[in-house]
Design a protein around this ligand. Sequence first.
Ligand code: SF4
Length: 298
Amino acid sequence: MDKIQLAIARLKEFELKDEPYFLAFSGGKDSITIKKLADLAGVHYEAVYNVTTIDPPELVYFMRKVHPDVRFSFPPKAFLTRVPERGFPTRLARWCCEEYKERGGIGRRVVTGIRWEESRRRQQRRVVEPCFKGNYKVFVNPIIDWTEQDVWSFIKQEKLAYCKLYDEGWKRIGCLFCPFTPRTRRKMQVAHYSGYRKAFIRAFVRLHENRKRQRPEVVARWKDGREMFWWWVNEAKQVAKKQLSFSETETRLLYQCRGALEVQTGRETSERETIHSLMEDYLNKVAPEEIEQPVLFE
Ligand code: SF4
């Protein structure tokens, strides 16, 4: 059985008789692939796009035009409203995926387009898996064993329309200015999407003011929110100097560090705060010449 037939068989096999799949649709190449496979399999589904409010306009345009059947699910608060409250996401401490990307599908069978090839973390995933994080759902990942090439071959074979950003060099399409986007591309986005850039800077200015009132030591290194924003845009490289990943052992270590920090400060602390504190330690230990200074190029 080839990969296409296998993916179709998986979708048929795990469909519930009395409830359509919740198809997590992002508008990217993997999503258009699973949607087409679901059509070929003849299974029932509801395709849902979780709006993050920092979505590339070209992607939204593509989905509205080519996939009008996809339901747009809006979050209670815009991303840039949450930044002044929760802080900025980083590669080590991202709060936003859970809040914006992983919404919906509670109690349902959720079809995703994740693939093993995408990351080491995803290599732990299975074709079908229950998820107990937050509320219960069951993930069905029909193309988990596909390569990127398999996906593009399928798109060509089926003559599927795709978002034009791929032809402009985007490898993965997602939130604008996401800390997981390679640094050069992220800086290009920041230069290109000037409206979003201004809105991000306004959010960072509010965040800086909030933190200055609550915990001035946390933001002491930045003159203001604008400088903090440009540091954030360049931050990926600083962290990438010594790539950190989270194995089981590292996660355990993180919890130990969290405990130690709570003892030190005498109050309850979060995983995110622990990571920030570890990053501070790390940055303090690295020789200054190893750290790229923020480029304030606006
Ligand atoms: S994709 Fe990036 S910016 Fe978007 S929610 Fe996830 S971590 Fe945040």
